[in-house]
Ligand binder design. Structure first.
Ligand SMILES: [Mg+2]
Length: 225
């Protein structure tokens, strides 16, 4: 087979999994326990909508839904709180370089409420932005993974017509593996994330391969070429 592109999930895949206390993120961001409770409830509701109906959302709409103005200072505190949880896996530059030398394009498809600018700032900070050929952040489209339209948008972003010539790499059996397989992609699982039970989802995908470390992906891809 040919592999034209590899599309990566972000959280728990390109960046190692951290369990996040959503309430704590909003408490440190707003400094107000009542507002933090309302924001945490609204965010949990948003992610339930993603799980059940693959509806996407945005940070600005989330803040608006509880009447919190998205001031520069507030967004900075939110971003600062998240910063230690966004570090790119040290394997990523190695894997990206290996894929490039094989002529394979690199994509990203992330279920996220953050803006493209925030994700690109993180990738640029860690020196990997330039290697990414195409990225879809679900804050910019109506759907989240595992909706087929999210995967089709990602395939378009890396200019792949035939899903069988693309590989998806992710840490979630529902959103990533089930979703990618349903549109005809190959799927590789990175199995280190402690997915909260409420986020697991109703369908468990069967990965074509499982990698203990991202760098092991190169051997898997070479075996398919
Ligand atoms: Mg993930």
């Amino acid at each position: 087979m040919a592999v034209d592109a590899v599309v990566f999930d972000w959280g728990g895949t390109l960046t190692p999994w951290h369990t996040i206390d959503v309430y704590e993120s909003w408490l440190q961001t707003t400094g107000d326990p009542d507002t933090a409770v309302r924001l945490a409830e609204a965010e949990n509701l948003l992610w339930a909508g993603s799980r059940d109906e693959q509806r996407s959302g945005t940070l600005s709409a989330l803040l608006d839904s509880v009447g919190v103005p998205p001031t520069t200072e507030l967004l900075r505190r939110y971003s600062d709180w998240w910063e230690p949880h966004t570090l790119t896996d040290p394997d990523v530059p190695v894997v990206f370089a290996a894929l490039k030398t094989r002529g394979i394009r690199i994509g990203v498809l992330s279920n996220t409420i953050w803006t493209r600018a925030e994700h690109e700032r993180i990738f640029e900070r860690d020196g990997v932005l330039a290697a990414i050929d195409g990225a879809v952040y679900t804050s910019e489209i109506p759907w989240t993974k595992p909706h087929p339209e999210a995967f089709r948008a990602a395939l378009d972003a890396v200019d792949v017509d035939d899903p069988a010539r693309a590989v998806f790499v992710g840490d979630r059996l529902f959103d990533d593996i089930h979703g990618a397989k349903a549109v005809g992609m190959r799927a590789v699982l990175v199995p280190h994330s402690d997915i909260p039970p409420v986020q697991v989802g109703p369908h468990i995908g069967e990965p074509d391969a499982v990698v203990d470390r991202l760098v092991d992906l190169v051997t898997i891809i070479d075996g398919w070429l």
